[in-house]
Write a protein that binds this ligand. Structure first.
Ligand code: ATP
Ligand code: MG
Length: 336
């Protein structure tokens, strides 16, 4: 077994990497690199379960890699790769489908939410959590740092691991533990849903200062603040939530009191947030620019990552196939 506890986490190239992804997940991955072996996957096979534009997927996958590297994923310490480059993910996913109850999949909140937005509900969306279980279990990972929205999937993943173990090989798959950080759920700028790539309510991690301001200016705040003179409740305001992640503590206190006393208007408050956000994100954006100028280097990192991931994945699949009684292929056949 691996010496350092292993972390697995994934992110879909379903749109631009946003500050919700960063605060809720990616920055925890970056921190965990010091103490854990991290396997970070850009899950393109997950992204195709929602409406998407094939002509954009490759660029989005590449941009996601750039964003993750710029945010601090270190390819010398962590394995960073693209899901579809390691076919064992889909292979194990098929296997796990055979031990997953449909009833469990149908009651997943993410499935119900996203199914509502599809014209006809497709099997890929229903089986999304099975592929996700395969992602993590393929590496027999111990820990999965995610936002709050993924806790239900993690619970199901543990059940899938237990069912497979009980039927085929006791204790083979560890039951992965979810890990949620302080920023469990960053709200979207629409003031309704969580911030989501697919909902267009995001601030991009790589957005320049002008764009940040353009996005924050019309964002929803406490509805009680109809006019400049109406006092508000910061606890009901998304902008205040975001101040807590981008502004220093004394500013956060000042913002709260200026909101309650109607000392500041919402635009004043947003202006301060926009400046602090832009300053916090500036070094990430600079690193991303440098990486975009070297696309070959990014592709090389993903290639190395896929090789390292596949080495682990092939080993897991050998054991899985043997435990399930599948006939071994002869050396000369195309088995990877
Ligand atoms: P999509 O809308 O396509 O589902 P997404 O923005 O939800 O995209 P995912 O790729 O599904 O992003 O999730 C990547 C990681 O980011 C997961 O760990 C997820 O829990 C986390 N995450 C997503 N949105 C938020 C949010 N608003 N707050 C905190 N964490 C989040
Ligand atoms: Mg999501």
């Amino acid at each position: 077994m691996h010496a350092m506890a292993r972390v697995f986490s994934g992110i879909q190239p379903s749109g631009e990497l946003h500050i919700g992804n960063y605060l809720g997940a990616v920055r925890n991955w970056v921190a965990l690199q010091d103490t854990h072996e991290c396997v970070i996957c850009i899950v393109d096979y997950h992204a195709i379960t929602q409406a998407y534009e094939p002509a954009l997927l490759e660029a989005r996958t590449f941009d996601m890699a750039v964003g993750l590297l710029a945010a601090g994923i270190d390819p010398d310490r962590s394995v960073l790769f693209v899901q579809s480059h390691v076919p064992e993910h889909t292979e194990l996913s098929w296997v796990l489908n055979t031990v997953t109850p449909i009833g469990e999949l149908e009651r997943m909140t993410q499935f119900k939410d996203k199914a509502q937005r599809q014209e006809s509900v497709l099997a890929g969306l229903l089986n999304y959590p099975v592929l996700q279980a395969a992602d993590v279990l393929l590496y027999r990972a111990d820990l999965v740092p995610v936002g709050e929205d993924q806790l239900q999937h993690l619970e199901l993943m543990r059940e899938i691991a237990r069912k497979w173990n009980a039927r085929f090989a006791e204790n083979f798959f560890p039951e992965p533990q979810a890990m949620v950080g302080q920023a469990r759920r960053i709200p979207g700028l629409d003031g309704e849903a969580k911030m989501s790539k697919s909902l267009g309510n995001t601030v991009g991690l790589l957005d320049p200062p002008e764009r940040i301001w353009e996005l924050l200016r019309p964002a929803k705040t406490d509805p009680a603040r109809v006019t400049r003179k109406d006092p508000g409740d910061p606890e009901k305001c998304n902008i205040y939530t975001l101040h807590q992640y981008f502004s220093p503590p004394e500013t956060v206190r000042h913002v709260a009191s200026q909101c309650r006393s109607a000392g500041w208007g919402c635009l004043d408050c947003k202006r301060v947030l926009a400046d602090n956000m832009a300053a916090t994100l500036a070094p990430i954006r600079e690193r991303a620019e440098a990486l975009k100028a070297e696309p070959e280097r990014v592709r090389e990192i993903l290639g190395d990552g896929a090789e390292r991931a596949a080495t682990i994945g092939r080993e897991t699949m050998r054991t899985v196939r043997a435990a399930m009684g599948l006939m071994p292929a002869r050396e000369v056949t195309l088995r990877r």
